[in-house]
Design a protein around this ligand. Structure first.
Ligand code: ZN
Ligand code: ZN
Length: 415
């Protein structure tokens, strides 16, 4: 059997061994329309080619349409009910504390990277923010010389033992970018090109930040510039004969009033004003250490109710609120969106396209919102692009694609 015929089984799926390097890019917050608008400028020839001649489909992301659950679905090939990461953080009712989901102990399955690595592949992972690095690199042996994983945010702190590379910033030859900047994403692609030139990894994953998409709609000059930058680096990867698959962790929509104010339902304040008995606690699972650009306001939240609270009464009253799209019980919502019940509250609430859900007015610091709010989290940010720089082969037209099918499409339907 030749290498070309090898397959890898992981999390119930089978992947072909890459015949040439396979690069998967998660463009954070890449609502459909961003790529197309950049192509219209005439300055994004790689994207123009991929739209016209490659695999050009739409896919559904995981709900909640947040970064961590979707990145982890993309790199495991399965839904959060199976991998366990259902939010950027979750509330642990037993300990009565909010827990960040960025520790590997919360991840229930191995990644696609680990499966390929264990079979001898070279793997490289570069992300924007450091929060995902421990999860994405989980199970890789960085002293092997076959695995590299680091974030542009902490690229000046990388070590051979921890990341598989010493001082990644010096290797890339760029200064460490500010965590709230377009350069944070540019650094990732520069690193990807350098790593491809030096190591030619079999599998590479590049995951960006949605800082720009939170501030600029498709077609805005700043947004176009971001995609034109990506285009330049992706063309270099294509010249190195890489299969390149692109998708997004979630979309992005305007979430403000005509006056430019965030259009928020402060659900904790609203519920505190009701006399329904018991207590209800709003948990905004978009929250992570980087909230400046969205003020922790997204279109999905979960509610923990005290034992004496009437869940039906709360659900019925929340459903009547203007701007609420859907309310689910824990079991309904987890069945509908393939989420782990142990990491969700008693109720799940999703707001409409241009509304976001907050907790208490007083607790949201919106001083960092320098432009009208754009955000995500709900069903209205579920559609994302799924693109590969090769025409599809054996990919059914009517197959409902998920963003976490990107490795399947890139490895099994494009090479
Ligand atoms: Zn994201
Ligand atoms: Zn975001």
């Amino acid at each position: 059997m030749t290498d070309d015929a090898r397959t890898i089984d992981i999390n119930g799926r089978t992947y072909h061994w890459p015949r040439q390097p396979v690069v998967v890019v998660c463009i954070d917050g890449s609502e459909p329309g961003y790529v197309e608008a950049a192509v219209e400028t005439g300055k994004a020839p790689f994207f123009a080619r991929i739209l016209a001649e490659g695999t050009n489909r739409l896919a559904d992301c995981v709900i909640p349409s947040f970064t961590n659950p979707n990145n982890m679905s993309i790199v495991t090939g399965v839904a959060p009910a199976i991998h366990g990461i259902a939010a950027n953080f979750f509330y642990d009712p037993d300990a009565d504390e909010d827990v960040m989901t960025n520790a590997p102990k919360f991840l229930w399955v191995d990644t696609i990277f680990k499966a390929f690595f264990d079979s001898g592949a070279k793997v490289a992972i570069v992300t924007a923010k450091d929060k995902l690095t421990p999860l994405l690199g989980h199970g890789l042996d960085f002293s092997s010389g076959r695995a590299i994983s680091f974030s542009s945010e902490k690229s000046d702190q990388t070590t051979l033992a921890k990341n598989g590379i010493e001082r990644a910033d010096q290797f890339v030859g760029l200064p460490v970018p500010d965590v709230y900047s377009a350069e944070l994403s540019a650094f990732i692609f520069a690193a990807g090109v350098k790593l491809m030139e030096r190591d030619r990894p079999d599998v590479m994953y590049l995951s960006t930040t949605d800082y720009i998409q939170h501030k600029h709609a498709p077609g805005a000059p700043v947004a176009n510039d971001l995609y034109i930058m990506m285009d330049r680096y992706l063309a270099q990867l294509e010249d190195m004969d890489c299969v390149i698959g692109l998708t997004a962790d979630h979309g992005m929509n305007a979430k403000h009033t005509d006056e430019g104010e965030p259009d928020v339902i402060y659900l904790q304040d609203v519920m505190d004003s009701w006399s329904l008995g018991g207590q209800a606690r709003v948990v905004l699972t978009i929250t992570d250490p980087y909230v400046v650009h969205h003020g922790a306001l997204g279109s999905f939240c979960t509610l923990y109710l005290s034992a004496d609270a009437d869940a039906y009464a709360y659900a019925a009253k929340i459903r009547e609120l203007d701007g609420v799209l859907a309310v689910y019980s824990r079991s309904q919502g987890c069945a509908e969106f393939e989420l782990p019940e142990e990491r969700m509250g008693d109720l799940i609430v999703i707001s409409e396209k241009h509304k976001v859900l907050g907790a208490k007015t007083a607790n949201h610091d919106l001083s960092g919102l320098t432009v009208p709010l754009r955000s995500h989290g709900g069903l209205t940010e579920q559609r994302v692009p799924l693109l590969v720089n090769r025409p599809p082969s054996g990919l059914a037209e009517d197959r409902r694609l998920r963003n976490f099918d990107i490795f399947d499409v890139a490895l099994n339907h494009a090479q």
